[in-house]
Design a protein around this ligand. Structure first.
Ligand code: ADP
Ligand code: MG
Length: 248
């Protein structure tokens, strides 16, 4: 599983005059659990889309720089190719669940990769087991809770075997039970199975115990890149208006 490299990435949405990402530089080693935080509008979702290879391929604008997995540039890959390297899960599962039932949803990605029936079934079984959704595999999506739907969205990315997962506020539409279900799955994926997790999340207290590193963004730049305890000190300053955020 390769490291994620972001080199001098800048992006301006088509029709806009200001850059939303401004010279972002990062390296995320394999197996790291990264929390990406920062005020609303600072560019977190845009960075998530860029990491998943959807910018610039699917979203118009001016993109500069390079995002690669190992030495493979993701920004030049087709979307289905990128999905085999890095998966993305959005805030609302409805945005990405398009099939009627759980197993069709999870099988959909691998089915487009021309794999054998046995290989597809094995991937679906593993993805459902990792997300604790196997007992519900025959259910229709509408019958699921929010947390279960979000676990199906995660399972669908796992079935692509990307090993790097970006999640953009995956628990914001969920109640406390659903939130815990999803966060527990992410912790297991990272700690037991070694997936790289890049998580945009506001419920910081609940994830901080197992995060390796915190990235804080402000106005399109990563202004803090530090282990949790150091980043927390910076975030307390952040809460006080007029206090400059220290650069680390
Ligand atoms: P965050 O996820 O941190 O709230 P976003 O990446 O969604 O931030 O947005 C960063 C900035 O880019 C905001 O000013 C937002 O209004 C703008 N933006 C987001 N999506 C688009 C778009 N499709 N077209 C133009 N501007 C956009
Ligand atoms: Mg966002």
């Amino acid at each position: 599983m390769p490291d994620v490299h972001v080199k001098n990435v800048s992006f301006t949405y088509a029709g806009s005059s200001h850059a939303v990402l401004r010279s972002v530089n990062l390296t995320i080693p394999e197996g790291e659990f990264v929390l990406l935080a920062g005020p609303s509008g600072c560019g977190k979702s845009t960075l998530a889309l860029a990491l998943a290879g959807l910018i610039p391929s699917r979203i118009a604008g001016s993109f500069k720089g390079r995002i690669s997995l190992g030495d493979k540039p993701i920004s030049t890959m087709e979307v289905h190719e990128a999905a085999q390297h890095i998966g993305i899960v959005f805030q609302s599962p409805e945005e990405q669940l398009v099939h009627l039932d759980v197993e069709s949803e999870v099988a959909f990605g691998p089915e487009n990769l021309a794999l054998s029936h046995d290989e597809i079934e094995s991937r679906v079984r593993t993805a459902l087991a990792y997300t604790h959704m196997e007992p519900l595999r025959k259910l229709e999506i509408f019958a699921l809770s929010g947390g279960q739907k979000q676990r199906v969205a995660i399972a669908a990315t796992l079935a692509m075997q990307s090993r790097v997962l970006v999640l953009d506020e995956p628990t914001s539409d969920l109640d406390p039970v659903g939130t815990q279900e999803v966060l527990n799955v992410l912790r297991t994926l990272n700690k037991r199975y070694g997936w790289t997790i890049i998580l945009i999340e506001h419920k910081i207290d609940e994830v901080i115990p197992w995060v390796d590193r915190v990235l804080l963004m402000d106005q399109g730049k990563v202004v803090v890149d530090a282990p949790p305890h150091q980043a927390f000190a910076a975030m307390e300053l952040w809460e006080r208006p007029g206090v400059a955020i220290p650069q680390m």
